[in-house]
Design a binder for this molecule. Structure first.
Ligand code: C2E
Ligand code: MG
Ligand code: MG
Ligand code: MG
Length: 281
């Protein structure tokens, strides 16, 4: 109640900055209990192979149903969790939930899916990362190649040499690596060549205006061509319409992900959707 009063009583705060800090602090506090209170949920968004229409796998995307605020965006709470270290137990939980989910789907007799899980910067600098991944794969009896870990350029460019050694240790486990939001992080072509990755995900800001924007078309084309040259799987994220699909198909992008296919949804809704896809083919 005090918290509510504080939020509505703007006059009590000397500045918006202070208000923002208060809000961050109260979110951080609430996040501490979110896991044990079962307020977190993993949603799944499918990836589809453009040439065949086949569903290749899903990306796990974290959701927080805050008891008072409703859904809080991961863009908002993940940085908080990064700051206070909660990101480590939360990330463990996302990985475990995703792997368990894959097992359940296998046991339901569904055609095997892969799963992609986002890595946070903290995890990436955790020396136990690769070992942790290996032990979870064993625990849930999932073939390593079915797991892809997504990282962003910003995690790599700060200390490329270190990043590359971490990436190698992950690849040695058999798990795959994807470079997420590609094109926004300023890593050069020359650098990209050295990254031991399997997949390049074109950032959705380039995909958004593919229909109208000649520059975005040129950038997307270049990223696809470059990815292919390096032997990588290229995925376009944020695909929302048929015009984008046609362009990406024309330029031989491998896979797409986006609202045009499906929004990220809870596991039950994903399964209903997947079953329907299977009957269509
Ligand atoms: P991301 O990994 O790049 O995930 C893609 C984001 O684009 C997701 O936002 C997804 O809902 C959204 N998206 C997918 N298709 C479309 C589309 O067609 N149009 C538009 N406008 N958006 C689309 P979301 O779920 O809000 O996640 C935001 C970011 O938060 C993620 O970006 C990722 O960086 C981070 N995140 C989410 N879950 C996790 C997690 O479990 N761990 C970590 N470390 N980060 C996570
Ligand atoms: Mg991602
Ligand atoms: Mg992305
Ligand atoms: Mg993103």
């Amino acid at each position: 109640a005090a918290k509510e009063a504080g939020r509505n009583n703007v006059c009590c705060y000397s500045s918006d900055l202070h208000h923002h800090a208060q809000e961050q602090a109260s979110l951080a506090l609430a996040l501490r209990h979110a896991l044990q209170r079962e307020e977190l949920e993993v949603y799944y968004q499918p990836k589809v192979e453009l040439k065949t229409g086949r569903v290749t796998g899903v990306e796990a995307l974290l959701r927080w149903h805050h008891p008072e605020l409703g859904q809080v965006s991961p863009e908002r709470f993940i940085p908080i969790a990064e700051d206070n270290g909660l990101i480590l137990p939360i990330s463990d939980w996302v990985l475990e939930t995703g792997l368990q989910q894959l097992r359940d789907w296998d046991e339901m007799g569904l055609p095997a899916l892969n799963i992609a899980v986002n890595l946070s910067a903290r995890q990436f600098s955790d020396p136990n990362l690769a070992r942790n991944v290996v032990s979870k794969l064993r625990q849930y009896e999932i073939d390593a190649h079915r797991l892809e870990l997504e990282l962003t350029e910003s995690m790599v460019v700060q200390d490329p040499a270190h990043a590359i050694s971490v990436m190698r240790s992950i690849q040695e486990s058999g798990a795959r690596l994807a470079l997420d939001d590609f094109g926004t992080g300023f890593s050069s072509l020359g650098q990209l060549r050295h990254y031991p990755i399997d997949t390049l995900k074109i950032d959705r800001t380039f995909v958004q205006e593919l229909a109208e924007d000649k520059q975005d078309q040129a950038i997307s084309r270049a990223i696809i061509a470059m990815g292919k040259t390096l032997g990588l799987t290229v995925v376009a994220e944020g695909v929302e319409n048929e015009v984008q699909v046609t362009f990406l198909k024309q330029h031989h992008c491998d896979q797409i992900q986006g609202y045009h296919i499906s929004r990220p949804v809870p596991q039950g809704r994903f399964i209903a959707w997947y079953r329907q896809q299977l009957t269509k083919r």
